[in-house]
Design a protein around this ligand. Structure first.
Ligand code: FAD
Length: 454
């Protein structure tokens, strides 16, 4: 079995293996997120939440590229996502059984409480408080709340022109969350990310970045040879860092790398008005930083494992796809199963059971979860609507992957039932990672052939 430890420190799967797997998964994944109403739409609180950490009024992006086209007319919203459909689920029979009760009786069948044919994946959430097993702050899905409906196909993640101090402040705050305090377990919402009191965290991070630079030079050599083992290290080697802290860093750095890959791959050429790859953007943000690319592949392995783990449960009655039409529900389910089966092509891609077990591991879990929740809260500080939309989807997607991996033991028999937004975010995040792998590979080939031509 390939453990996260070996993914972090040692050779395991090769880049080539993950790329081959991606070649098999990508067609089914693209089909799922582009051809089903359930997976190509999202409902979230895009405009009505304030940044909980600082005043972000000056950080708003006014570019047209930052705008999100929301679905404001009921008839434009696919039926599975309409408020009228959601409110149907709010009747007493469909009432959510309640988190406490679910924790006490996780195996109790939901039928009867949720109503015939209503799966957990269709349930309306009544509050935006975290379940204690959530790694991110859920969006308020209740029909009464001000939710915004978006078609993800009509709002693709790409270059927006958002940048400067506002985005820097957010990335800095995200990385600052990585500074776990030994033997300290924060419960407060914004511990460690008050911009007015950055504390020692920024300083601590510097040695991490220096080490990352050294590690990157080593990896640069490896990347020239695609068949050498994929060394999924943390991007930095600090001897006394435990596995869990390294994994946290890799997840956020891999997410950052994936966002960079999309914006460089789908870049607006302002001379021609065309969307096309920008190789110098790729060279600057990714090619010269192989540890970032390694973290991207790490995230691909981690999310793949979560999707594979979910696979056997997708057939269960807890998973319905909210269409109200059994044949359409079945068609969506078949597309999800196609992805989970293809994703299982490389057995033992990531062994999550080795995390949070030894040393300070168990006590770090809560800390890890709280920190990831803070990363998700930071998305409300993003000053560009389009970036906020995809930032929220991707933090929810990683949060869901972490929840599936670390909150449901492999042999416990417990079913990881997910909310609709979690399920949609997980598969769209997987699709984004899959696209990033493809983009990085193509960009690397273009750079190579450009250099050979010279
Ligand atoms: P940044 O990408 O802002 O990076 C800041 C610093 O972080 C770098 O100087 C470097 O030291 C470090 N760093 C960079 N990458 C990594 C990594 N992978 N791992 C570790 N450290 C790293 N822009 C768009 O055009 N489209 C989008 O969809 C979009 N979505 C965004 C979503 C979020 C949540 C945020 C916070 C920003 C988003 N942006 C988006 C902005 C984009 O990420 C950059 O911040 C912006 O393009 C400015 O880039 P930069 O060159 O200043 O470096």
């Amino acid at each position: 079995a390939i453990s996260p430890k070996s993914i972090v420190n040692d050779a395991c799967a090769s880049y080539a293996t993950l790329e081959k797997l991606n070649g098999q998964v990508k067609p089914a994944l693209d089909n799922l997120v582009s051809s089903t109403d359930f997976f190509s739409h999202y409902r979230l609180n895009l405009f009505h939440k304030r940044c909980p950490f600082w005043n972000d009024e000056n950080g708003m992006c006014g570019n047209i590229g930052c705008a999100v086209e929301t679905l404001d007319n009921e008839e434009d919203i696919p039926e599975v996502w309409r408020a009228s459909e959601l409110s149907k689920l709010e009747g007493p029979r469909a009432r959510h059984p309640g988190k406490k009760e679910r924790r006490q009786h996780p195996d109790r069948p939901l039928k009867g409480e949720l109503g015939e044919g209503v799966g957990e994946s269709c349930v309306v959430e009544y509050d935006d408080e975290c379940d204690d097993r959530d790694y991110c702050v859920p969006e308020d899905e209740s029909a009464a709340s001000k939710g915004d409906y978006v078609s993800l196909l009509r709002n693709p993640e790409r270059f927006t022109g958002y940048g400067g101090e506002s985005s820097k402040q957010i990335w800095d705050a995200i990385y600052r969350e990585n500074c776990f305090q030994r033997n300290s377990f924060p419960h407060s919402a914004n511990l460690g990310i008050s911009p007015r009191a950055p504390g020692p965290a920024a300083q601590d991070f510097k040695h991490v970045l220096d080490a990352a630079g050294r590690q990157a030079q080593l990896e640069a050599k490896r990347l020239q040879r695609p068949n050498v083992p994929f060394v999924a290290h943390t991007g930095y080697e600090v001897e006394d860092e435990c596995l869990e802290k390294r994994v946290f860093y890799r997840v956020v750095s891999g997410m950052h790398a994936s966002i960079s890959a999309h914006l460089c791959w789908s870049f607006l050429d302002q001379m021609t008005g065309e969307w096309q790859p920008n190789l110098s953007c790729y060279l600057e943000r990714l090619h010269g930083h192989p540890e970032r690319i390694s973290n991207l592949y790490f995230n691909y392995a981690l999310v793949t494992r979560a999707v594979v783990k979910l696979g056997p449960h997708i057939r269960r009655p807890q998973y319905t796809f909210c269409t109200g039409d059994p044949s359409e529900d079945e068609a969506t389910r078949a597309k999800v199963l196609e992805v989970t089966q293809q994703a299982g092509g490389v057995p033992q891609i990531f062994d999550e059971s080795l995390m949070f077990v030894n040393g300070e591991g168990p006590s770090l879990k809560e800390d890890f979860r709280n920190r990831f929740r803070n990363v998700s809260r930071l998305m409300d500080c993003v000053g560009c609507d389009k970036c906020r939309l995809w930032g929220k989807i991707q933090t929810n997607g990683y949060g869901t992957a972490l929840k599936v991996l670390f909150e449901f033991e492999n042999n416990s028999g417990e079913i990881p039932v997910l909310k609709r937004t979690e399920l949609v975010a997980l598969f769209n995040t997987y699709a984004r990672l899959s696209e990033s792998l493809r983009a990085v590979d193509k960009a690397a080939h273009s750079v190579k052939s450009e250099r050979e031509e010279k």
